[in-house]
Every structure is written in C-alpha cells, then in structure tokens.
Design a protein around this ligand. Structure first.
Ligand SMILES: Nc1ncnc2c1ncn2[C@@H]1O[C@H](COP(=O)(O)OP(=O)(O)OP(=O)(O)O)[C@@H](O)[C@H]1O
Ligand SMILES: [Mg+2]
Length: 266
C-alpha cells in the first residue's frame, strides 16, 4: 500500500489575523504512521484539527488550500456544516472515517459500555448484537477487554489514565475509521501506560492510516514510517521537511531538521 490516503495542498490555517501555518503540502500513505514533530506553537494541533474539520467550531478560523482524505475533498462546501442549506451527511461521514485522539484522555463521564455504545448509536448502529460484537472486538483490539469485561457498567472515569486512553482509542475504532489522528496521545501518561499505548498504536499500522503528534523523538523513531517537521519561521508555522524515518534521523536535508533531531534546537 503506497498510495497517499491523506493529502494536503497549500494548506493554510488562520485564526483571525494570525496565520498558524501556511502552504503545507504533505501526504500520508495508506497504512502508514506519520509522526508530526516540531517545537511548541508550530501548528501541529491546528494541522490535525483541520483534517477532520474540528476547526469549523472555532470562530474566526479560516482554512485555505485543499485536503483529500480517501475520495473526500474535505474542504468542499458540501462538507461545510455552516454552508447555507448544506447537508451535514458528508461531514458526519468524514468524522466517522477519521477518528481523533487527544493528549488528555477524554472518556465521557459514563460507564465503559456507554462510552462505546453512544457513538455507535449516533452513527445509526442500533442492532443489539452488532453493538455487542463491535464493543467486544474494539476493546480486544486495544487489549482492554480482559481488564474491563467484568466492570463494563462501571464508570470509565475510574479507569487509570492509560486505560482511559485505550478506551478512547477503542471508542474511535468501533466506528471503523480509516484514519486516526493522535495528538500527543502518550504525553499525559506514566511511562508504563505510555509504553502500552505506544505498542497499541504500532499494532494499528497497516490497518489504519495514522498521524501522531509527538514531542518524544525516541517514540517517533520507534513507531513512525515517515516523519514531518514543522517550525515557526517569520511567525508562521511551516513544513520544513518530511521523509522516511531513517532519512530524517540519519540524513536530514534541512539544517533545522538536523538541529531538531540532535536536540540542538527545539
Ligand atoms: N483557537 C485559537 N485561536 C487563536 N490562536 C490559536 C488558537 N489555537 C492555536 N492558536 C495559535 O496557533 C499557533 C499554533 O498552535 P498549535 O496549538 O497548533 O501548536 P502546536 O504545534 O500544537 O503546539 P504544542 O506543541 O504546544 O501543542 C500558536 O501560535 C497558537 O497560539
Ligand atoms: Mg499541540
């Protein structure tokens, strides 16, 4: 599988007058893990957020350029929830196709079971047997089933941070997405939980297309197929370089990449 599944063209994002990043041309092949790295404030979270149009919810946020995910033109007016008279169907389909995981695990303050069931029902999956199967399979996929199968109807908030993050990943997987966007998914976790979540992310390679934002370069090196480096230049986030993980770490083309991967800058 070497076709780009996610592709951006001249992607530019502005918050009012502030340009978070400009003219980003980046592609991620189907089934690959792309690690997005760079210093704080260079636009990594903003980049992820516009891929499944979470930026629609931010007032004064404008996104220009093009994003293609699979066959969907993400910035097409038809997927614009706020375009007059537009149907939201495509936007809902996009959110289903592209799951998002945040730095801080965000389970709903409900039972483990309800956390899994709610999004399924929202996306029209109503058959009890189907719901049961998806919940068990997804919890198995994240290695949580044996840990929680006897307490499915207790609060998700009673789980450890690492278990909560795996539950959030299971909740996203239940919708059978094609891509997952993960924004520093391990950085709020203790080292053991972080290792478990990292192994889980690695196990999703091939089945899903993944973009993971991480400040942990050792982690990027361990899990990524490709790496992209963002940097703020002249006050604007820019894509400095992207390439295969070995190339970025062993033979960086740009001096900023060399400085970043050796820890001299950033
Ligand atoms: N909702 C917002 N309104 C205005 N400016 C914002 C908003 N969100 C982010 N920014 C600005 O856009 C720039 C990029 O922010 P972003 O959060 O995408 O960076 P980041 O690379 O994810 O940083 P970090 O590594 O600290 O998470 C920053 O200058 C930030 O202050
Ligand atoms: Mg961020």
């Amino acid at each position: 599988m070497t076709e780009p599944f996610i592709q951006t063209e001249n992607l530019t994002l502005q918050y009012g007058q502030k340009t978070a990043f400009a003219n980003v041309n980046l592609s991620v092949n189907a089934g690959e893990i792309l690690a997005l790295v760079g210093p704080s404030g260079c636009g990594k979270t903003s980049f992820l957020s516009c891929l499944n149009r979470l930026t629609d919810m931010i007032p004064h946020c404008r996104v220009k350029g093009a994003i293609r995910i699979g066959s969907v033109e993400v910035l097409n007016a038809k997927t614009n929830a706020f375009a007059l008279g537009a149907s939201c169907t495509q936007l809902i389909a996009l959110r289903r196709q592209v799951g998002m995981i945040f730095q801080k695990p965000n389970p709903f303050p409900l039972s483990i079971w309800k956390n899994m069931e709610l999004p399924l029902r929202e996306h029209g999956i109503r058959k009890r047997e189907e719901i049961d199967t998806i919940i068990e399979t997804s919890l198995q996929d994240v290695g949580l089933w044996d840990e929680v199968k006897d307490r499915l109807h207790t609060s998700a908030l009673a789980l450890s941070g690492g278990q909560q993050q795996r539950l959030c990943i299971a909740r996203a997987l239940g919708l059978q997405p094609e891509a997952l966007l993960l924004d520093e998914p391990c950085s709020a976790l203790d080292p053991i939980s972080s290792g478990i979540v990292e192994d889980l992310i690695t196990s999703l390679r091939q089945r899903y297309t993944l973009i993971i934002v991480t400040h942990n370069l050792a982690q990027a090196k361990r899990i990524a197929d490709r790496v992209a480096l963002f940097w703020v230049q002249d006050g604007v986030g820019q894509l400095i370089e992207s390439g295969k993980v070995e190339q970025i770490f062993d033979a960086p083309q740009h001096p900023l990449t060399a400085a970043y991967v050796t820890g001299a800058r950033g």
